[in-house]
Design a protein around this ligand. Sequence first.
Ligand SMILES: [Zn+2]
Ligand SMILES: [Zn+2]
Length: 387
Amino acid sequence: MYILKNGVVNNYGNVDDNYPYVYSLPTNFDKIDNTALVSFASVAETLVTYLKLKTNFFEHLKKWPAYANKSDKELMNKIGGVLIRHIAQLHRSGIQISDINFGFPLTTSTVGVAVCPSVAMTTHSCKPNTTYYFIGDIMVVKALENIKPDEEINHAYRGIDLYFEPDLKDRQAMLLKECFLNCKCLACTNPKMTPSVHDAYICVRCKGPIFYEENMAESFGEGTCLDCNYKGNIPPEVVFKETLMLNNLAKFRDLDNIKAANRCLKVAKTIYQPYHRLVRDLYEMMAAYYLHRGNIIGHMKMLKITIEHYDKFYGNLSLLSGVIRLIGCVSSLLLLGPNAFNSFSQFGKILDEIKHMLEEAKVILDLQFPPYLEKVAELEKVISKLR
Ligand SMILES: [Zn+2]
Ligand SMILES: [Zn+2]
C-alpha cells in the first residue's frame, strides 16, 4: 500500500500484510472528547482482561524477542494502548455495513463495521461518485458516474449519503460530531440541492420552499423563502391546517380510517411542497392499507405515487428508488390471486405494470447495488411462470 503523505510517497505494508498501513490510519486523538476516550479505554481494558484470563495470547507474545523480557503488566499496558488506538481508528475510518429491511415503510439496519484501508483514504461527499457493497468479506467499490483521470474519488462516510440522511442540518451535525468533518459538498452548501428541501412549506408569495424556525415560546417562528427571499412568520391558517391534518393522520393510523387519510392528504397539499416526506409516508401507508386488504388495484395506484415521490425526493437513480420498486413488485405479486380481478385483461395490465416496475428496479440496482440483482432474478422467474 503506497500513500502520498506531505508530498512523500510512503510504503505501508504489502499485499500479504497491510497491518502497518492500518496502524498508520488517522486516530483523531486530538479531536476526540474525553467521554469518548474513556469509553474506548474501557472497551480496551475489557479486551485485554479477556486476552489475559481466557487465552494464551500473552504467552505467545513473550516468544517474540522484543517482548521476552517485559513484565505482564508492561505487556498489558502496551496491548491496551494499541487497542485504544485501533478503536479510535475504527471509530474514525470504519465503514458502516448496512442492510435494507424489506417492507413498508422502508428502513435500514447497521449489521457491522469494518476498516477497509484503501477506501478509508478517500474523502467524504454527501453525494458521492462511488458506492460500495460487500461480497462475503470483500468490499467492492463501484463508480456511480464516469470519473475522469485525476478527479477525486469520494464515498459517503458512515453510509450517510443523501438517501439515508437527507436532512441537511442533521447530516452536517452528525458528520461534525462523528467524523470531525465540516462538509462543504454541493449538497451541503446549497440548501436547494439537498433532498430535505422538499420538506418545506409553500411560500405564500411565490409557492417556493420556505422553512419556519421553530419557536417554542410562540409556537410559530419566522422563515425565509429559498426562491424569493420573502421573510415572514408562519401564517395562523397554516398552523390551523397543520393541526387539522395531524388529527386526521392520527385517525388513519390508529383507526384505519381511509377517509381520514384522504382528508389529511388534501390539507397537506395546500401547505407543504408536493414531495414532502409526510405526504410520501401517507401514500406509503395507504399502499400498505390496500395491501393488507388484498386490494391490488388500490395498492398499485398508491405504490405508483409512492415511487414517484421517492424519485423526486432522492433522485430517480437512487438506491432507495430501486429498492422501493423491488419491494413493490414483491407486494403486488403477493396480491395476484385468482379473485383479485374482474377480467383477464385487467390481470394482464397489472402484470405488465409489475414487469415494468421490475425492469426499472433492475437498471437502478445494477448501478447502485448489484447484490440485489439476485432478488430481481427470483422475481423474474415468478413472473415468467404467471404468463
Ligand atoms: Zn455534504
Ligand atoms: Zn417565495
